[in-house]
Design a protein around this ligand. Structure first.
Ligand code: MN
Length: 431
């Protein structure tokens, strides 16, 4: 496997932190041992954690108002993969990449697969894009894609999704995520029921093209770009469509795609209960679809989501394997640093959720001991599992402090010199 960052540099960085890390790890080990928890088992569990990075997150995103490009942004999918390899090399928690077509469509798909293998990377769900028109496209999506009144535009959108499946198959992916911006900006603009009927018709054609071992993930979003009535606005609509389409169709929860204060962990519990939780797009938000770094605004919510996932895993066993993906937009930070930090934050919530004493919690719930049940969760959430995460990275060959190692490597300066800025190079919208 090719190391993008010099392996010796990572070792040197780790050596500087080794004594302090070991001391912190031993101290935490003592605390956990008094709770009957074996720290090494937790570290081994942390080492199994994986979340996919979004190719579109490797560049600067931007908002509806402006985009301020960063230095050395990737100009094509191969350079995006190189950046993703840095993230995985240092965190050892992101072995797969989620691609977005046609942004990431390679001229030679086998070359891309080979390059990913060389970098030690695989591919998670591929994403289609019918929320914008591409150069030379025959039919516009201005008034919708899978729900368009124009049958030819719908057929074009279906064909694009089927092409995404074919590209994904060639790359070794196993799922297609479909998010459409379709909807209405004004009351009366479209027939609400008719639009969903057309969506289902289109999705049936895409579903029919899925290989046996593939899933299709339906990603809902409350609003934007449709500001009055989005066709797939919520988990209820997503669930109804996934149920109508069949067993390969599942729901994808993007944490930022809900109204403020929505109880997302309850949505997760519902979808898991009924076998329709396909996966996640992790990010954080304060107001809407902000696409901020995971865990940066509301880490407790992220923990509560993972608390439900831990409960579901206990009930469902090994068959319960939702896809974990990041979906963020980076406007004021180095995308590599943000994606590394976010992968670690999601992994942190995963490890904290494993610290919940589930037998104790069940017993407290049985006794209606509300206060202690809440404290039982809080105790796990308040535990600083940082030393476990750092030790897991070191034991897996990563960096004790990924951001520090990345900065010491000078990677950004190096790519800035070999990747001169190119207009429109980075397709990194909010999805
Ligand atoms: Mn998303």
């Amino acid at each position: 496997m090719k190391s993008v960052i010099d392996a010796g540099l990572v070792q040197d960085q780790n050596a500087k932190l080794d004594a302090n890390l070991q001391a912190d790890y031993d101290a935490l080990g003592g605390v956990l041992s008094r709770r009957g928890v074996d720290i090494d088992k937790l570290t081994a569990l942390a080492q199994t954690f994986a979340v996919a990075v979004p190719s579109w997150g490797a560049g600067t995103g931007g908002t509806r108002f402006a985009r301020f490009p960063g230095r050395g942004e990737p100009r094509n999918v191969f350079e995006k993969m190189e950046d993703c390899a840095v993230i995985n090399q240092l965190t050892r928690a992101t072995p797969a990449v989620s691609l977005h077509f046609p942004w990431d469509k390679p001229s030679d798909v086998q070359e891309l697969r080979g390059s990913a293998e060389e970098l030690g990377l695989g591919f998670d769900a591929v994403n289609s894009n019918t929320f914008q028109d591409q150069v030379g496209q025959e039919h516009t999506y201005k008034y919708g894609s899978l729900t368009s009144m124009n049958a030819a535009a719908r057929a074009q959108a279906v064909a694009h999704n089927i092409e995404c499946i074919e590209l994904g198959q060639a790359l070794g992916s196993k799922a297609l995520t479909v998010w459409v911006g379709d909807g209405a900006n004004f009351p009366g603009q479209s027939n609400l029921r008719g639009a969903l009927e057309r969506y289902l018709d289109s999705m049936r054609s895409i579903y029919a093209a899925l290989p046996d071992d593939w899933n299709i993930f339906i990603e809902h979003k409350l609003f934007e770009p449709a500001f009055y009535a989005t066709t797939i606005a919520d988990w209820g609509t997503s669930f109804a469509c996934a149920t109508t389409l069949g067993p390969k169709a599942k729901c994808l929860v993007d944490l930022g795609h809900h109204a403020p204060n929505t109880n997302i962990e309850m949505i997760v519990a519902r979808l898991a209960q009924f076998g329709k939780l396909g996966g996640f797009h992790f990010n954080d938000s304060k107001y809407g679809d902000d696409d901020l770094d995971s865990g940066s605004i509301n880490p407790f919510q992220l923990f509560l989501v993972f608390n439900e996932l831990a409960d579901a895993a206990l009930r469902e066993g090994a068959a319960f394997k939702p896809a974990y993906m990041l979906d963020q937009s980076h406007n004021v930070t180095d995308p590599i640093e943000s994606l590394m930090s976010s992968a670690v934050e999601v992994q942190r919530a995963f490890v904290q959720s494993a610290l919940v004493d589930r037998a104790e919690l069940a017993s407290l719930q049985e006794q209606n001991d509300v206060l202690q049940a809440a404290q039982c969760l809080k105790r796990a959430f308040r535990t600083d599992v940082g030393p476990i995460l750092a030790m897991a990275r070191v034991r897996s060959g990563g960096a004790a402090d990924p951001v520090a190692a990345y900065r010491a490597s000078g990677y950004r300066d190096r790519v800035a010199s070999v990747r001169p800025a190119k207009a429109g190079a980075s397709s990194s919208g909010i999805v």
